[in-house]
Design a binder for this molecule. Sequence first.
Ligand SMILES: Nc1ncnc2c1ncn2[C@@H]1O[C@H](COP(=O)(O)OS(=O)(=O)O)[C@@H](OP(=O)(O)O)[C@H]1O
Ligand SMILES: [Mg+2]
Length: 335
Amino acid sequence: MTTHERTAELAAAIEAVSRAAQVTQAVQRELVTADTLTKKDRSPVTVADFASQAVVCETLQRHFANDPVVGEEDAAELRDEANEPLRASVVEHVQRALADIAPATEAQVLSWIDRGHAEGGAKGRFWTLDPIDGTKGFLRGEQYAIALALIEDGEIVFGALGCPNLPSPADEGEGLLIVASRGDGTWMTPLIFEGESELQPVHVSDIAAAADANFCESVESGHSDQDQSVQIAKKLGITAEPVRMDSQAKYATVAGGSAAIYLRLPTRPGYREKIWDHAAGVIAVEEAGGKVTDVAGKPLEFGHGRQLEANRGVIATNGRIHDAVVAAVRDVLES
Ligand SMILES: Nc1ncnc2c1ncn2[C@@H]1O[C@H](COP(=O)(O)OS(=O)(=O)O)[C@@H](OP(=O)(O)O)[C@H]1O
Ligand SMILES: [Mg+2]
């Protein structure tokens, strides 16, 4: 697929994610300091989260006025009188990112953020958005992603995953943008790039034995059980150390073949995964030739509202080793 053959949806998703990345990069440059982590100050990621959601929702509304969005954020907190400085900072960043479109008012910015309130479900078409996935990675200056996917009748049909801190293809531009279209494949291009750049195809690793795999998992041990992943790796004969990274950059890494496994092992019985934490990454891996299921080996179901109500945990692989990984996960979780 070349750039001029993109569908309208793919072009809109690319525009939305690229604009949002300009915002998150600007916030990172201007607001994240050495003190941010030591002072446990989350305000930079809060500004970037709201501004990113506003910019993506504005872009989607301009291209597809009637499409609902299931987004992680809403503007209730921002409307609070006490949050005037935060609100002003969000509005300023959105205005800069949309300067070539129209001057944005504060009311418009809040209304764009609130467009993310949709509930999703099994019928019809909606977008799902994580404006900054891997908020902790963002604050540490490590991996994070802007994740946008289109779901029709419960099936993911498009995904765009912007990873500002993954290496850019061919060292052009900045960051990595992965796009996937159902039945058409997965493609990559620099995320921030002046001018036209071609999409290049992305394929999963072709290893046939799980023992040869690199696997990736969350940095946060509260999001995926790292003791169990050690046991699973041992069972599969994997000797490589796990690659720990924040956000759906893990799906991008499996899609691109640098790792053959992404394990997300439930840590709390009551936790339900959120659809925006997975949809864009799942289609990227599947269309690159890989496979994604939950820890029981069942496909992820995106038609149950804002959460993956029917699934626990995630296993993403290059496909060839999927059954072996699911079997090892089952053994360890049952023991
Ligand atoms: N208990 C539990 N189990 C599983 N997942 C959880 C849990 N709690 C939170 N979250 C979600 O994890 C998202 C962060 O993704 P990762 O775990 O891949 O990255 S990281 O290691 O936290 O950096 C994170 O997304 P962001 O909030 O967008 O960063 C959360 O939606
Ligand atoms: Mg997230």
